[in-house]
Design a binder for this molecule. Structure first.
Ligand SMILES: Cc1cc2nc3c(=O)[nH]c(=O)nc-3n(C[C@H](O)[C@H](O)[C@H](O)COP(=O)(O)O)c2cc1C
Length: 167
């Protein structure tokens, strides 16, 4: 088991990273990120997902053009498209794959690798570039890379007394 205080500190220390070094991610680290995704819980254990590892620079460049606030993905050596298989779990695919993204982001952070959840994109165009089908929902494209420059300051969080109710 992980020391709980160290774990909370780790969770609080994670940041969205939008500036990356031009340095490849070793296969061993990539495998750990993918494995963390694989071990995500899912409704009825349906695992309605597919992970597409994109290292092709040209494809990353093309995808960057479909993003509204994610042009920075151009800099990364690798991105993972998290794809939900809609028919495999019509009710829960969004939740299951969202959890995958968190597992992957935290695994990456533990390896000193930065990422950022990318939500705002032209999904139709991005799906076309990746070659996804009708049954596929492109949840996000997570860029992965070693952090360039300083780790950003934390973004503010609402205080617990504003978001927690006790009954
Ligand atoms: C569902 C979702 C969509 C997001 N979409 C984008 C995005 O399109 N571009 C981007 O730069 N950041 C995006 N983010 C990152 C958030 O801006 C970021 O997580 C938030 O500001 C908190 O900062 P932190 O991750 O450093 O704690 C998204 C995050 C989530 C969870």
């Amino acid at each position: 088991m992980i020391d709980p205080k160290a774990f909370l500190k780790f969770l609080k220390g994670r940041r969205s990273i939008r500036s990356f070094q031009n340095k490849a991610i070793p296969e061993k680290e990539l495998d750990m990120i993918l494995d963390a995704g694989r071990w995500t819980p899912s409704a009825s254990n349906r695992q309605p997902w597919e992970f597409i590892v994109i290292k092709n620079k040209e494809m990353i460049e093309k995808l960057s053009k479909t993003l509204f606030y994610g042009k920075f993905i151009k800099e990364v050596p690798m991105a993972i498209a998290i794809v939900a298989k809609i028919k495999n779990s019509p009710k829960w695919y969004l939740i299951d794959t969202s959890l995958v993204s968190m597992n992957m982001m935290l695994m990456a952070w533990s390896l000193g690798i930065g990422t950022c959840w990318i939500g705002a994109m032209n999904r139709g165009k991005a799906k076309e570039i990746i070659g996804l089908g009708e049954n596929d929902h492109l949840l996000t494209i997570l860029p992965f890379g070693y952090i360039k420059g300083e780790i950003p300051e934390p973004t503010p969080r609402k205080p617990l007394d504003k978001i927690v109710k006790y009954m």
